[in-house]
Design a protein around this ligand. Structure first.
Ligand SMILES: Nc1ncnc2c1ncn2[C@@H]1O[C@H](COP(=O)(O)OP(=O)(O)OP(=O)(O)O)[C@@H](O)[C@H]1O
Ligand SMILES: O=P(O)(O)OC[C@H]1O[C@H](OP(=O)(O)OP(=O)(O)O)[C@H](O)[C@@H]1O
Length: 229
């Protein structure tokens, strides 16, 4: 059996079902709405596993599922050296959202990362501690800031309502997902001009473990053919 992990709820689940359905493979939740089992029609040997989108990267890397649909941001965040552990089979064209760095709109002198770097140095001199960036995307933000040469900051963990941390004075800036930009605007924040860390979308991944059986490899080929990949 090839195990296919799909987000267990919400828009990501529904759009994933639509995407496979449009390519001749029927996916659906079996049993009651609260039961995380699924059924697959239109291809043999594929089993549907419903999981939290955030857990799918690790389950792929661990080999507990062979294929998985999740946001490209989550794979990069959850897996060190992600492309050694999984590979992308298809960008699915939905679930789009940008991981960005945003600062208060009232910081009129800060519109780029260079400006932020300068503001961070000044902040540290004035306050005696490093400027705080609230996020749940620790790995992606750290890697991005290192590449961009910004060092004078600290990350503070925020697992939700991240845009509120600035108003609550637990952070000076944030790194979070945005789609319409409404949450940022409502919280008086603006995106830095060069503050796009990753443009995410729902993506079909395969695990790259070497322990797949010949039958599983053949099954993947069949699935790719059916999906037109
Ligand atoms: N407006 C949006 N807000 C948040 N995430 C979005 C948005 N649009 C697309 N996404 C994407 O959806 C994915 C997150 O989905 P979801 O919140 O269901 O995951 P999760 O972390 O597993 O949730 P939970 O822990 O509540 O089960 C990410 O890849 C994210 O980029
Ligand atoms: O640009 P927008 O369209 O306003 O969307 C962005 C918001 O949506 C997400 O939050 P979500 O509701 O998933 O909750 P979270 O705060 O737990 O991440 C994200 O974290 C932003 O807060």
């Amino acid at each position: 059996m090839l195990k296919l992990g799909v987000p267990s709820k919400g828009r990501l689940m529904e759009k994933t079902f639509d995407w496979f359905g449009a390519r001749g493979i029927g996916l659906r939740k079996s049993g009651s709405d609260r039961e995380y089992a699924g059924a697959v029609e239109g291809i043999d040997g594929v089993e549907l596993v419903l999981l939290s989108a955030g857990e799918i990267p690790r389950e792929l890397a661990a080999g507990n599922i062979h294929l998985g649909v999740t946001g490209s941001d989550l794979v990069r965040e959850k897996l060190a050296n992600w492309n050694a552990q999984v590979s992308e089979l298809a960008s699915m064209g939905f679930g789009g959202a940008d991981l960005i760095i945003a600062v208060p709109q009232v910081w009129v002198d800060v519109s780029t990362l260079d400006d932020l770097d300068a503001a961070a140095a000044a902040f540290r001199r004035t306050h005696g501690f490093r400027l705080r960036i609230a996020t749940k995307y620790h790995r992606l933000v750290r890697d991005f800031m290192r590449e961009q040469g910004v060092a004078d900051y600290q990350l503070v963990d925020s697992q939700g309502a991240t845009e509120g941390t600035v108003k609550n004075e637990t952070a000076e800036a944030i790194a979070d997902i945005t789609s319409t930009g409404e949450t940022l605007r409502a919280n008086g924040l603006k995106i830095l001009d060069d503050g796009l860390i990753h443009a995410s979308q729902a993506t079909l991944f395969r695990g790259r473990r070497r322990d797949w059986s010949d039958a599983q490899r053949a099954q993947l080929k069949t699935l790719q053919m059916v999906l037109g990949l």
